[in-house]
Design a protein around this ligand. Structure first.
Ligand code: PGA
Length: 255
């Protein structure tokens, strides 16, 4: 049984003060939520204080990236050792914004995922096709290739520690979401790719959907058998909105 994983990716938003105000407003809203894992990924600068504010709450701390090397002359980079030191138990790697804007490759993503696992930090490995790739009928090939290459260094006995986030690039920050059926089709395909690599271990891997997830659409997405959580950008910046997503109640029936 896969425990749903709801993660907030704040990207380059929130000062320390804003992060702490979020936590103060958010925690009471999710107190008592059972059987759902909740993760916040603030920017690096707010990790320390956000981690302190989350202590004892059951809400986990994630980084938005990590360098593949343990230490060294990499100006501006952050290592898995440093993230472990701050209490991060998850880290997002291979987000499409990093792949597109920073030219990150599948091989680099694989190195980051492997390093994180060695430090006991669970990688949330992002994959997803562009609009052109979808329109040209190449979405499954592209996502399959990303899954294979980005997880190339993950040993089978660590499969249950990884999370894959399927985020179609055309749905990120655009207000356009994949339909639940289209998302499910891709998630089932990702699980097939995982099964080729990890065998039965694939059933334990959580696959999140990301791309314009909102309180209004999360229930239908979470009702799909292979959607095990959400990676949420814009709608995770507001405590009330993210709390509603975490709880994914069915939409109210109109009177
Ligand atoms: P979005 O971002 O929810 O704003 O579309 C999701 C993501 O990039 O992880």
């Amino acid at each position: 049984m896969r425990v749903p994983l709801m993660a907030a990716n704040w990207k380059m938003h929130k000062t320390v003060g804003e992060a702490l105000a979020f936590v103060e407003a958010f925690l009471p809203r999710v107190r008592g939520v059972d059987g759902i894992e909740i993760v916040l990924a603030p920017p690096f600068t707010a990790l320390d204080r956000t981690g302190e504010a989350l202590a004892g709450s059951g809400v986990a701390l994630a980084a938005q990236d990590c360098h593949a090397e343990r230490f060294g002359a990499f100006t501006g980079e952050i290592s898995a050792t440093m993230l472990e030191d701050l209490g991060c138990t998850y880290a997002i790697v291979g987000h499409s914004e990093r792949r597109t804007l920073c030219g990150e490759t599948d091989t680099e993503v694989a190195g980051k995922a492997a390093t994180l696992l060695r430090h006991g930090i669970r990688p949330i490995v992002c994959v997803g096709e562009s609009l052109t790739e979808r329109e040209e009928g190449r979405a499954f090939d592209r996502v399959g290739e990303q899954v294979d290459k980005s997880l190339a260094s993950v040993p089978a006995d660590k499969a249950s520690e990884i999370v894959v986030a399927y985020e179609p690039i055309w749905a990120i920050g655009t207000g356009r979401t994949a339909s639940p059926a289209d998302a499910q089709e891709m998630h089932a395909f990702v699980r097939e790719c995982l099964a080729k690599r990890f065998g039965d271990g694939a059933h334990g891997v959580r696959i999140q959907y990301g791309g314009s997830v909102k309180p209004e659409n999360v229930y239908a997405l979470m009702a799909q058998p292979d959607i095990d959580g959400a990676l949420v950008g814009g709608a995770s910046l507001d405590p009330e909105s993210f709390a509603k997503i975490v709880c994914f109640a069915p939409p109210e029936e109109s009177p």
